[in-house]
Design a protein around this ligand. Structure first.
Ligand SMILES: *[C@@H]1O[C@H](CO)[C@@H](O)[C@H](O)[C@H]1NC(C)=O
Ligand SMILES: *[C@@H]1O[C@H](CO)[C@@H](O)[C@H](O)[C@H]1NC(C)=O
Ligand SMILES: *[C@@H]1O[C@H](CO)[C@@H](O)[C@H](O)[C@H]1NC(C)=O
Length: 221
């Protein structure tokens, strides 16, 4: 959502500040990635599921959609872990890369329900693209919602409630909306290509609406 972008000065300062204390997650192909989220199509709305549903999980790993559940995710991510994002395709009208594949890896931890499942996302911008992924070469990404609690339609913890009720961003970690939401409405009522519903911002430059998504978690080596 364009009006929510941080001012340019923050974007210029951020890398210097962040780089001084965050270690990059060490990723190798033999890591034991556990599925957290999956969307193959529009068969499940995601954005208007309840707090209870997001807490307990829904769908199945073998099916077209899946959400592990925040309680289980918290159990696996009380300490720093690696969170991997995968996205296939772009449904935004006029997309230059309608068949592209993108991925990203963050350092991730998740608080208990008493914190409203406050998440921590870290990413060291100096990490080579081969390790950090090619969805995170700008700063408009999940790290903008570091330290943010979870919101659902029946439990909005975002000071800007429209991020849930109008922009249909989820079931997600929202504070003045977000720079990405993988649980947003598949076909957002307000349209594609504009940071509503299911979206991601590539290179900090343009919005994509992935056709398929997956999220994975693994212990950080
Ligand atoms: C959830 O939203 C979808 C549209 O994205 C709508 O078709 C569906 O009826 C809604 N479900 C509930 C329970 O409100
Ligand atoms: C991202 O990386 C994957 C695998 O490393 C590659 O298949 C894909 O084409 C890359 N996408 C972009 C936009 O560079
Ligand atoms: C958690 O969310 C509830 C409902 O939105 C709110 O009343 C409560 O103050 C929140 N707790 C914390 C620790 O933020």
């Amino acid at each position: 959502v364009a009006e929510m972008f941080p001012p340019l000065v923050i974007l210029i300062l951020l890398p210097t500040i962040v780089s001084s204390f965050i270690l990059p997650p060490q990723i190798s192909d033999d890591q034991n990635w556990v599925l957290v989220q999956k969307r193959d199509d529009d068969s499940e709305d995601f954005w208007n599921r309840s707090w209870k549903d997001y807490k307990e999980g829904f769908g199945s790993e073998q099916g077209a959609f899946y959400w592990m559940g925040l309680e289980k995710l918290h159990g696996m991510a009380t300490k720093d872990t690696s969170l991997k994002i995968e996205m296939w395709g772009d449904r935004a009208p006029g997309s230059n890369n309608p068949e592209e594949y993108y991925w990203a890896v963050y350092t991730f931890s998740l608080g208990a329900e008493s914190t409203n499942y406050t998440a921590h996302f870290d990413y060291d911008w100096r990490t080579p693209v081969e390790e950090a992924g090619n969805a995170t070469t700008g700063w408009y990404d999940m790290t903008c919602n570091d330290g943010v609690p979870f919101s659902t339609v029946d439990r909005i913890n975002d000071p800007v409630s429209q991020c849930v009720t109008d922009y249909h961003l989820g079931g997600w970690w929202l504070r003045n909306c977000a720079m990405a939401s993988l649980n947003g409405e598949y076909w957002p009522s307000l349209g594609l290509g504009n940071g509503y519903g299911l979206f991601w911002i590539v290179d900090g430059l343009y919005v994509i609406n992935p056709a398929k998504t997956k999220m994975w978690i693994a212990s950080t080596n």
